[in-house]
Write a protein that binds this ligand. Structure first.
Ligand SMILES: CC(C)(COP(=O)(O)OP(=O)(O)OC[C@H]1O[C@@H](n2cnc3c(N)ncnc32)[C@H](O)[C@@H]1OP(=O)(O)O)[C@@H](O)C(=O)NCCC(=O)NCCS
Length: 150
């Protein structure tokens, strides 16, 4: 049976999963302590995500990952459905930023996000090494947004 829990203690126990979405640990350490961490279990652990508050109207999904062999089975979408409902009374909008990777962009669009804006050179300015997703070098951060109150 699928269950989703909010985790408040020892959040770094999920570091292996968090690193799938964000490969530099010191970047994760910037949002994990203050973020809300959710874990999805289907018997055992399958996916996690982290959400932070940006301002009184907006929250941001900072990390979402499913173990490789369980990707494409609906766990990521189920987590986004859960957090969209969880935050709908507290925030109007949820943001998510990602590299320019077509598969990830279409995953978010399938979950109800639409493209919002771009932060030029985010990956080249903020990470200590060039980042690749397959053959594509990540340069700009693409932000997508979802209206939680529709
Ligand atoms: C992105 C990610 C979290 C999606 O989680 P998931 O559990 O695989 O998501 P779902 O099974 O709910 O997928 C939803 C849809 O996206 C598609 N999708 C998900 N990941 C995909 C991928 N890597 N390539 C192609 N399509 C993908 C699925 O086919 C599915 O489409 P459908 O609903 O039309 O069948 C997961 O692929 C992942 O952990 N990736 C590595 C970490 C990462 O890049 N995180 C995002 C950082 S911005």
């Amino acid at each position: 049976m699928v269950k989703i829990e909010r985790i408040t203690e020892n959040k770094k126990q999920f570091l292996d999963l968090l690193l799938l979405a964000d490969e530099q640990e010191n970047m994760i350490d910037k949002y994990l302590p203050g973020g809300d961490l959710f874990a999805l279990y289907d018997d055992d652990l399958k996916s996690v995500c982290v959400v932070v508050s940006v301002n009184s109207e907006t929250c941001e999904l900072k990390n979402i990952a499913t173990y490789g062999k369980y990707q494409g089975k609906g766990y990521g979408s189920a987590l986004i459905d859960f957090i969209s409902d969880f935050y709908k009374n507290d925030y109007k909008t949820m943001l998510v930023g990602t590299g320019e990777t077509p598969a990830i962009l279409s995953f978010y669009e399938g979950c109800g996000f639409e493209i919002s804006h771009r932060v030029k050179n985010f990956f080249t300015d903020n990470y200590d090494h060039p980042m690749f997703e397959g053959d594509i070098q990540l340069v700009d951060m693409i932000y997508l947004k979802k209206d939680l109150q529709k």
